[in-house]
Structure formats: C-alpha cells, structure tokens
Design a protein around this ligand. Structure first.
Ligand SMILES: [Zn+2]
Length: 299
C-alpha cells in the first residue's frame, strides 16, 4: 500500500478508488487519500515509460478515448472539431483577457485556443511536446516550443496570463509545476487552468460500470476535486478561486447510460432545448457535481 503522493499521509488513510485503469496493467489502481482527498495513480509510470507513452502513443490513445466527437487523426481536423471548446472556454476566460497581453498556453496541441487568442489580439506563445502538433503550430505562424526549458532559453520574458487546459492531471508533481509557472508570471499575472473534476456525475452520481472502466486513465497521475486542489494551492500560499464547469451535456450522459460508451454530445438537440441543457449543467455546477473545474490563481 502506498503513502499519499500529495500530503504524505500514511497507508491507513489510503484506499482504492478505482480498480481498473484504462490503458494500464492489472497492478495499476487509482487510490484515494482520506486526508487531502486526492486521487492518484499507483504504482505510477517511470519517467522513461511516460516519455515513451507521450512520444509514440498519446494521439492514438486519445483517439481511442474520444468517441466520434473529437478527431485526433490530424491537426487540421483537430482544430475544426474543437471549435465548440473554444466558445465554451471563452465564457470563463473573457473576464480575464485583454488585448496585447502576453499569454502562454502550456499543452496547446493543434493551437485551436492559440488561434482564438491571436485573433483577439494577444501575444501568444505555446508549449507543445507532440512533434506533429508543434510542426503544425509553426506552419500556422505560432511561436511554439516543445517544453518550458527550451522556451526559457529562447525567451526569458514573463507573462500576464498562463493558461493550460487538461494538462495538470498529467503532471507528476503539481507543486513543482505550479511553482515553476507562477515564477513565470509578471507581478499581477494570473494562471487559469482547466482540470477534470473527480465529482463528475458519471462517476460520483450515476452508476455506469462501462464509465468506471473508461474514466480512470493511465495518462493521468491525479484526479482532482475542489478539496484536493485547494489543499495544494493553500500549501503553496496562493490566492485562488475555483469555478465549477460542465463540459458534457444531457445527451452525452444518456448515451453513457444507454450504450455504455462515450460520444453523443448534442445528439438530442432537436428535442432538448438549449435552456434545458443549460439548466441541467447549471444544476450540476451549482452542486459541484460537475465534470470540470477552472482554477484561477492570482499573483
Ligand atoms: Zn493525501
């Protein structure tokens, strides 16, 4: 039995949260710490295995997980099929963005958010480890680097805003990652992170065995909830705010219930009104039984 990877609480506080890890081996589990409420992969991948996974397997792996809603087969298609994410994210980003801001997006993939930031008038820099996406970003005239280290060698300047969407859960040491990125902010700068929320109703409220086998992924070191992310940010002494967010709609949830598989977003839009979907999602968010959280950190 492990000790907690976040707070160090001993084994008496640890229990198995998920016995099946998607893409993992029989001996992989996700564990829950009763002390800090983090859910973490154990045993976790070695740095070498992880590097191999991202180099060779990540896009194929994501393609196998995304149902028919997202296209990971090529960068162009990836941009096209993620335009709904751009408009959804813009809702929570809008109060924080200004033209001419220096913005860094970590894990910008095909650059579908970077395109929006550039079009809005911000000075964008992107970090993207995938070779295919990096070449595509450069072809589209974006300033992009494969990692933070190479970026810092080339451009030592700091940022008004650092954003990352669905990156934090992949990071081995969130304390180090927050410290490193916080140090890259100008005074008064801000980090905005979008993170999956383990209070996702598909696991915390509905009982769907197929979803349980799918949700807990070998690509993630951690699953966060408001309590565990607060534990980390308070340890770091940061000022922060958590905003509940819901990505998936009623049709997606019904598809999981009926067919036990991902997809179906918007499937019943001819029947369910936009207001019904928004109300459904608002109810999930207001109770914090939602699939996503937005973390806003102010320097
Ligand atoms: Zn803990």
């Amino acid at each position: 039995m492990p000790e907690c990877r976040i707070c160090g609480a001993d084994e008496s506080y640890q229990s198995i949260k998920a016995a099946v890890v998607y893409g993992g081996k029989d001996y992989h589990n996700f564990w829950f710490c009763q002390e800090c409420k983090i859910i973490y992969l154990f045993p976790f991948l070695s740095i070498k295995d992880e590097a191999f996974f991202y180099k060779k397997e990540f896009e194929k792996f994501m393609d196998s997980r995304s149902g028919s809603d997202r296209d990971w087969s090529g960068a162009e298609e990836h941009v096209k099929t993620n335009q709904d994410q751009v408009s959804r994210r813009w809702n929570f980003l809008e109060p924080y963005v200004k033209k001419e801001m220096d913005i860094l997006e970590i894990g910008c993939s095909s650059g579908f958010m970077m395109n929006k930031f550039r079009e809005f008038g911000m000075n964008c820099t992107g970090i993207e480890p995938s070779g295919e996406f990096l070449a595509f970003l450069k072809k589209n005239g974006h300033r992009a680097f494969p990692g933070l280290k190479t970026m810092k060698q080339d451009m030592p300047e700091k940022f008004d805003l650092i954003v990352h969407f669905f990156v934090l859960e992949h990071i081995r040491d969130p304390f180090d990652f927050f410290k490193e990125t916080y140090a890259m902010l100008k005074p008064g700068g801000r980090i905005i992170a979008e993170v999956p929320c383990a209070n996702d109703p598909l696991t915390s409220m509905y009982t769907i065995p197929e979803f349980e086998k799918f949700y807990w992924s070998i690509a993630h070191h951690y699953y966060y909830n408001p309590e565990s992310i607060s534990y980390i940010l308070e340890k770091l002494g940061y000022e922060y705010e958590l905003i509940p967010e819901q990505r998936y709609d009623l049709s997606n949830h019904m598809t999981w219930m009926m067919e036990g598989k991902p997809g179906g977003q918007g499937k019943y839009d001819q029947i369910f009104s936009r207001q019904l979907n928004e109300k459904y999602m608002d109810d999930l968010k207001s109770k914090w039984v939602c699939d996503t959280m937005v973390v806003v950190i102010d320097k």
